[in-house]
Design a protein around this ligand. Structure first.
Ligand code: PMP
Length: 412
């Protein structure tokens, strides 16, 4: 059978549904300056779906640094992979500043978070090694595990007892093969918003011999006294062997990094295929990220504003009877009772009649049977944005509870 024909046949109802949802739920287009209020289909909405935690996307100093770097260097500079011709003093400087901030010996820059962590896992473990990982790890980690030729043992989400069980299994296996153990988890789980139990995992090092890689995409810049992330927040940064974050969230940019011991970072520099065989970060991103990192460190008021908003939103939702699960980060999931069509209708009502733009998340991003609205408060939101949103959610929840929603017709 022709491979294209087969794919089109498999599209079935999902394909038809996505056609209808296209531009509305799937691939929606937000217009205007990035911030708390943007335009959707020509009308202003309060936006809750951008990981612009510190509001840096549109910070005047950031915009100026981005523009100046683009003017000076253009998008092409430098040309080539880091190892060949793509390195500059400014790449080194960004790595040095990140190492200092994360209190690690060294750092390697990555072009994107997704392929960066995937390729780091690929480089770190071989056929005889075992990876132990949390069941709710991000797709980029799972895809890294797909490249791994050895065993991988998954533990139930944030379940330390099960984690210990899997470490025991791993230890038994490597006793014969001579391999090692890499434990991979996250600082903040991006859908449910709960922090990984890093302190407890680090404590397991007294019992087991493993190395710990943490993806702190959502914790970097939002958690810890200085914003250095979940390791700092939980007082166990030293026990994290390799600390990873993307620049795509608090830094409102592109790129990523891994920090850790100097020898292992050197090893990663020469062995990560996604970096050896790909062009390095262009100068506007390097300079733009240096500026963002400076603001993230110096302008503590941005993180304070973020947390003021997080508390106001999360307390307001809880007081109004919403189930927001066990989040202890800015990520705010609203768990809904109901079927997908009703939840979709509520989302549409929020968007069309209350001018609230948020994302609805279903399987396969979260476990089957769950429906969440995922709200991301940022430093760019105002008290008024939050109050208006809480009011809208209260009114629409009443309609949902009263089963007042029929199947949504998405406006064309
Ligand atoms: N890890 C986690 C936990 C993420 O949420 C994401 C998505 N931003 C990534 C990795 C991938 O990062 P990037 O967008 O830089 O590719």
């Amino acid at each position: 059978m022709d491979i294209f024909e087969k794919l089109l046949q498999n599209l079935g109802p999902i394909g038809q549904h996505s056609d209808r949802a296209h531009g509305y739920f799937a691939f929606p287009k937000l217009e205007g300056e990035i911030g708390a209020r943007m335009k959707f289909r020509g009308k202003e909405k309060i936006v809750w779906s951008l990981n612009n935690y510190l509001g840096l996307a549109n910070h005047p100093e950031v915009r100026q640094a981005d523009a100046a770097a683009a003017k000076q260097y253009g998008l092409a500079t430098p040309m080539g992979a880091r190892m060949m011709s793509g390195s500059t003093d400014l790449h080194d400087q960004l790595e040095k500043e990140l190492s200092e901030f994360e209190k690690k010996e060294d750092t390697v820059l990555l072009n994107f978070g997704y392929q960066g962590i995937m390729s780091a896992i690929d480089a770190l473990v071989g056929r005889h090694d075992v990876v132990v990982y949390d069941a709710e790890c991000h797709a980029s980690i799972i895809d890294g595990l797909r490249l791994h030729q050895g065993k991988r043992y998954v533990y139930k989400h944030n379940d330390i007892e099960d984690c210990e069980k899997q470490l025991k299994r791993a230890e038994a296996l490597i006793a014969a093969s001579g391999g090692g153990i890499l434990l991979v988890t996250e600082g903040v789980f991006g859908m449910a918003g709960d922090q990984g139990k890093l302190k407890e995992i680090v404590d397991l090092k007294h019992k087991f011999n493993f190395r710990l890689l943490v993806d702190d995409a959502h914790g970097f810049g939002t958690l810890g006294k200085t914003g250095a992330g979940v390791g700092e927040e939980q007082g166990c940064q030293d026990g994290i062997d390799l600390y990873f974050s993307t620049f795509a969230k608090s830094m409102a940019s592109i790129g990523a990094f891994i920090s850790g011991p100097v020898g292992i970072i050197r090893y990663l520099r020469y062995n990560m295929r996604s970096q050896i065989f790909a062009k390095s970060l262009p100068m506007p991103l390097v300079l733009g990220n240096l500026k963002r990192l400076q603001l993230l460190r110096e302008k503590r008021e941005l993180k304070e504003k973020l947390w003021h908003n997080v508390e106001k939103l999360q307390t307001g939702l809880r007081e109004r009877g919403f189930n927001i699960g066990h989040t202890n980060s800015p990520v705010t999931p609203i768990y809904l009772q109901g079927d997908i069509p009703e939840a979709t209708a509520m989302c549409l009502d929020l968007r069309e009649n209350y001018n609230i733009f948020c994302s609805i998340v279903v399987y396969p991003v979260i476990p089957k049977g769950q429906i969440i609205y995922r709200l991301i408060p940022t430093a760019a939101h105002s008290d008024e944005d939050i109050e208006q949103t809480l009011q809208a959610f209260s009114e629409t929840k009443e309609k949902l509870d009263a089963k007042a929603y029929a199947v949504a017709e998405i406006p064309m």
